[in-house]
Design a protein around this ligand. Structure first.
Ligand code: SME
Length: 152
């Protein structure tokens, strides 16, 4: 089960056209991605608020933990390495942070503006094992780069 990528991209670009405020962009993407991706049970952002520290940003779903150091969790691994983390089985990921006991798989991508500043990470959690595909990785990486290019 994959989202209608074209519809999601058009909706997001239409809603965010001309916007550069990072939190406004995050809030819009969390809402639209959550509504469009059938297997994302928690969709949200963690923001870089200090060196090596993430704090929760806009999200959809049950409560998320508020603070994540770069040294912990799937989100921390993404922020620390700058690499996409596609985790098909969270129980096999050392140091996974379980905000919900129902989470089985996770996809986390870095969020950068056009200057290359790391603004945060996008976190998608699913109650379905191996929910996220290489197509999801490629689509969200491109969408994030386009939407946050001019973010401040
Ligand atoms: N699972 C994430 C933590 C964020 S909550 O799932 C929303 C992690 O391991 O970094």
């Amino acid at each position: 089960m994959t989202p209608d990528y074209d519809a999601l991209r058009q909706q997001v670009l239409s809603l965010t056209h001309g916007e550069t405020d990072t939190v406004a962009l995050m809030a819009t993407l969390a809402c639209e991605i959550h509504q469009h991706h059938p297997l994302s049970d928690w969709t949200g952002f963690y923001r870089v608020v200090a060196p090596e520290l993430l704090k929760i940003g806009p999200y959809q779903g049950g409560h998320g933990c508020l603070v994540i150091p770069f040294s912990r969790g799937v989100c921390g691994a993404c922020a620390c390495t700058g690499q996409v983390q596609n985790v098909p089985d969270v129980d096999a990921f050392p140091g996974h942070i379980a905000c919900a006991s129902s989470t089985r798989s996770e996809l986390v991508l870095p969020v950068r503006n056009g200057r290359g500043d790391l603004l945060g990470v996008l976190d998608l959690d699913s109650d379905t094992p191996a929910a996220f595909t290489p197509a999801d990785e490629a689509f969200f990486a491109d969408l994030l780069a386009e939407v946050f290019r001019d973010a401040v």
